[in-house]
Design a protein around this ligand. Structure first.
Ligand code: APR
Ligand code: PHB
Length: 396
């Protein structure tokens, strides 16, 4: 058994774990990252691509914004299509001058991994049998096997950033945690294509046959999604079938603007809302997908992970550098207030835009709601201020 000591043990090298590691490293706080997969595997996952202004600011604070600021696309609005027409939500106007940045999660992860490699903090990839122990003591530990060697890391704090299927949440006794979950009766089928996007901005489509989304990664790389049945299989969706269905769901005026091409990635994601409360147990703190999942409508998953990290980073820094533990004790409570607000918006957008039950009355209710929200200044303000991101909680 090899024993190592550090200040913060981070489980998981997704965007949450890597971002926390980078922020702590910048502050001179020692940290070790333990990840189950290889770096290549982590980078092969295609996830969302819209960063809230608060996430952009945090990435800049972490000192890893160079490529994002050069290549990211600043979007000041997005479209909602319904009743065969498109309506632009002017984010800048209705959010008091804010914006979102289109920059793929994979690219952000790559930037964070490069910064990590250039730092002198250690990371263990391909870690087997990761376990957490002594969580309610002053010296919690992360243990795992790396290349046949048994390693134990003694920490002051552990950040559980290991996603929905990770070991961290499962290490909290079940009578301490309450889980809230809603599983939706449909999935999203996504494709990535080396074709120019249909429009300069994103289009969220409400259609009787189901939701569609036209998104992008760059001026030459498009990301499209279709709502499909919960039991749909990728094998049953050829590229041609995908493009045909997308064209049907778009407003008639946009159909001819679709530039189709063969997909370079195609995957199906189930849609769920999930929250685990509380997000802390002893010296273990959950962040990101380890504690909550939102449906992707509204692109909040990565942003919610980033706002947890903003709070966790500041709270750990206060505890380690100033010996003040009041903020870290309130971590879960502070994060959950915002998390429930973001859950509400993601759930609302999902309800507004998807076909749940093939019921014409439900569809007419959606159209009435869309009509109401898009013709009211306060309705548009409510959409815009949530879409660009609610303020990150103050930690002081
Ligand atoms: N031990 C170590 N690492 C683990 C373990 C484990 N037992 N289980 C899972 N992991 C790793 C995963 O391999 C993954 O790389 O933890 C990482 C978690 O990363 P994500 O799932 O990306 O979660 P997070 O960092 O919270 O990112 C937030 O935003 O767009 C959304 O859901 C999307 O990934 C996204 C998220
Ligand atoms: C994406 O580009 O992958 C994306 C964009 C917006 C969403 C969800 C996903 O709401």
């Amino acid at each position: 058994m090899v024993s190592i000591k550090t200040q913060v043990g981070i489980v998981g090298a997704g965007p949450a774990g890597l971002l926390l590691g980078q922020l702590l490293t910048e502050q001179g706080i020692a940290n070790v990252i333990v990840e189950r997969q290889t770096p290549e595997h982590v980078l092969s996952r295609i996830r969302a691509g819209v960063l809230e202004k608060g996430t952009v600011d945090l990435v800049r604070e972490a000192g890893v914004a160079k490529r994002m600021d050069r290549e990211g696309l600043r979007h000041t609005g997005f479209d909602i299509a319904f009743s065969g027409k498109r309506f632009r939500v002017d984010l800048e106007k209705y959010s008091g001058g804010s914006f979102v940045m289109v920059y793929g999660q994979t690219e952000l992860t790559r930037d964070l991994m490069e910064a990590r490699e250039a730092s002198d903090m250690s990371s263990y990839y391909s870690a087997k049998d990761v376990r957490l122990r002594h969580l309610t003591t002053q010296k919690p530990e992360v243990t795992f096997d790396s290349n046949g060697e048994n390693i134990s890391i003694e920490c002051e704090y552990i950040a559980g950033c290991d996603g929905f299927h990770g070991v961290s949440r499962k290490s909290i006794p079940s009578d301490v945690i309450t889980e809230y979950e809603k599983v939706y009766p449909f999935s999203w089928l996504g494709i990535l294509t080396e074709t120019p996007p249909i429009s300069d901005e994103l289009i969220y489509v409400n259609h009787e046959r189901g939701f569609a989304l036209c998104s992008m990664r760059s001026p030459t790389l498009s990301r499209y999604y279709l709502q499909v049945d919960g039991d749909a299989c990728v094998e049953n969706w050829s590229d041609d079938h995908f493009w045909d269905e997308l064209r049907i769901r778009l407003p008639p005026g946009d159909t001819s603007n679709v530039v189709s091409g063969s997909s370079i990635e195609k995957s199906i994601a189930p849609i769920r809302s999930y929250v685990a409360e509380p997000m802390q147990y002893g010296r273990l703190f959950l962040a990101g997908d380890a504690a909550h999942i939102v449906p992707p409508t509204g692109a909040k998953g990565l942003n919610l992970a980033a706002s947890d990290i903003a709070v966790l980073f500041k709270s750990i820094t206060l505890a380690i550098k100033e010996g003040r533990t009041d903020a870290i004790q309130r971590y879960s409570e502070v994060c959950l207030k915002r998390i429930w607000q973001v859950q509400r918006f993601s759930w609302w957008m999902t309800n507004l835009l998807h076909n749940f039950d093939n019921n014409p009355f439900s569809y007419r209710m959606q159209l009435a709601e869309l009509d109401y929200f898009t013709s009211s200044e306060s309705g548009l303000t409510a959409i815009a201020e949530n879409y660009v991101g609610l303020p990150n909680p103050a930690v002081d």
